[in-house]
Design a protein around this ligand. Sequence first.
Ligand code: IDP
Ligand code: MG
Length: 153
Amino acid sequence: MEKTLVILKPCCLQRGLIGEVIHRFERKGLQLCGMKMMQLTDDILREHYAHLVEKPFFKRIKDSMEASPVIVCCWKGIDAVQVVRAMAGPTNGRQAPPGTIRGDYSMSVQENIVHASDSVETAAIEMARFFNNDEVFEFNQYQLEFLYANDEL
Ligand code: IDP
Ligand code: MG
């Protein structure tokens, strides 16, 4: 099964949406395998958003992501990376369709509630960036056979 990284951004914490967002992933059937609160720093953000460091708005991204602690979490499931990306919705909250997290809770490109890994390769890199091995847990998910068909597992 895949694991993917989600970051509940400072705007999610400040707006009191932690429970709402976590609830969605839980109800979907994804398994929470790791979770912690942390304060992001200049170094980790330059690495995490390396593809945007040269953009004129990078300082705004950094200020926004450092504005308060974030919650990083790991969700596990079959095709978890693509499932979580679809649940997050497109980057711009004003264009994200209703029913997606960004579509339901965000009016902004920047203040868009969550980060979600965008590929299986990126997810592995991002998991290693934010979690130590002993912070990610392997444990039975007892409703597994009701979440998936035999031939999917
Ligand atoms: P994603 O979060 O949907 O994967 P990316 O293009 O990887 O989108 O951008 C990372 C984050 O950088 C976005 O979630 C958003 O917070 C911010 N960002 C991206 N593009 C812009 C922009 O054009 N203006 C301001 N912030 C942006
Ligand atoms: Mg991205």
